[in-house]
Design a protein around this ligand. Structure first.
Ligand SMILES: [Zn+2]
Length: 286
């Protein structure tokens, strides 16, 4: 929390210190950029091999083999989705929202990758198309598909309101994963992790730096398309916040389903190989 202006005296060179130019923490120039033309060419003649409807205020899992694509599609009305990803054969390897943010920025779009956690740290998926790419950043600093929020959850809701609510995205994802793994809720809950907030429009307020949301610009027919770099298990929750224009963690908002479509190309993209786990093999200087 920032102290009120005037609480601490400014040093005489305060403005000079503020005027220092920032540097990018993680320049990504050394990363080989995704060959989007090759990915797009692989869509020619692809076959839709599956779809999953995610009911409002609930979640469903889905699987996508390495080399295939999936789309998260808006149907019926504006709706935000919370996406978790795991390596299909190892749920210890999961999407790393924080490092993805550090590498690509607060909001993701075409060409950005979803990275897995340490010690794996490899691309799990690449975003190959985003129909909301036109949105950019609005006058409030808001944009879509963020990796800054975490997921609505019943613990924070209890903390702030004293109420129990059982259809937060965290709970929806936990139930869906438990059902998929055929394991108890408490056993799989730690595998549920910070999400990609699909279609959600968010930012930080300029004066207080607080996380804000606003009505999503998504409309039926919009989609976010991913290429699976490794075999994936995914879970998507249709957030109880609906378009997140007012509140979440309640049954107050109008909610809609989301559709997940899975597409198998005739052949993998030319030149593509599934990434190996990170080459650092531990040691940590010990
Ligand atoms: Zn949510």
């Amino acid at each position: 929390m920032k102290l009120a202006k005037g609480e601490m005296p400014e040093p005489s060179d305060a403005e000079a210190r503020r005027a220092i130019r920032p540097v990018i923490c993680y320049p990504v120039d050394s990363l080989v950029p995704p060959d989007l033309a090759s990915y797009r060419a692989a869509r020619e003649g692809w076959e839709k091999v599956g779809e999953v409807v995610v009911p409002p205020r609930d979640a469903r899992t889905f699987e996508v083999p390495a080399g295939s694509f999936f789309r998260i599609v808006s149907v019926e009305g504006p709706q935000v989705g919370d996406l978790d990803l795991w390596a299909a054969d190892n749920i210890n390897e999961r999407f790393f929202s924080g490092k993805t943010r550090a590498l690509h920025g607060t909001h993701l779009s075409t060409g950005d990758r979803l990275w897995s956690c340490l010690p794996y740290l490899r691309p799990m998926a690449t975003i190959t198309q985003d129909t909301l790419n036109w949105y950019g950043f609005d006058q409030y600093g808001g944009s879509v598909h963020d990796v800054i929020g975490t997921r609505c959850d019943p613990y924070t809701h209890k903390l702030l309101s004293g109420q129990d609510y059982h259809h937060c995205c965290h709970s929806n994802l936990t139930r869906a994963l438990a059902e998929r793994m055929k394991r108890p809720l408490a056993e799989v809950e730690p595998a549920v992790h910070d999400v990609l907030n699909v279609f959600m429009c968010t930012g930080f307020t300029r004066d207080t730096g607080q996380y804000f949301m606003k009505a999503s610009p998504v409309r039926p027919g919009d989609f976010l398309e991913f290429f699976a770099e490794i075999d994936l298990l995914g879970a998507l929750s249709a957030c109880p916040g609906g378009d997140c224009s007012t509140e979440h963690s309640s049954d107050a908002a109008a909610c809609h389903p989301l559709l997940v479509e899975i597409y198998r190309p005739e052949a993998p993209p030319v030149g593509w190989t599934s990434p190996e786990r990170n080459a650092y093999r531990g040691g940590h200087g010990a």
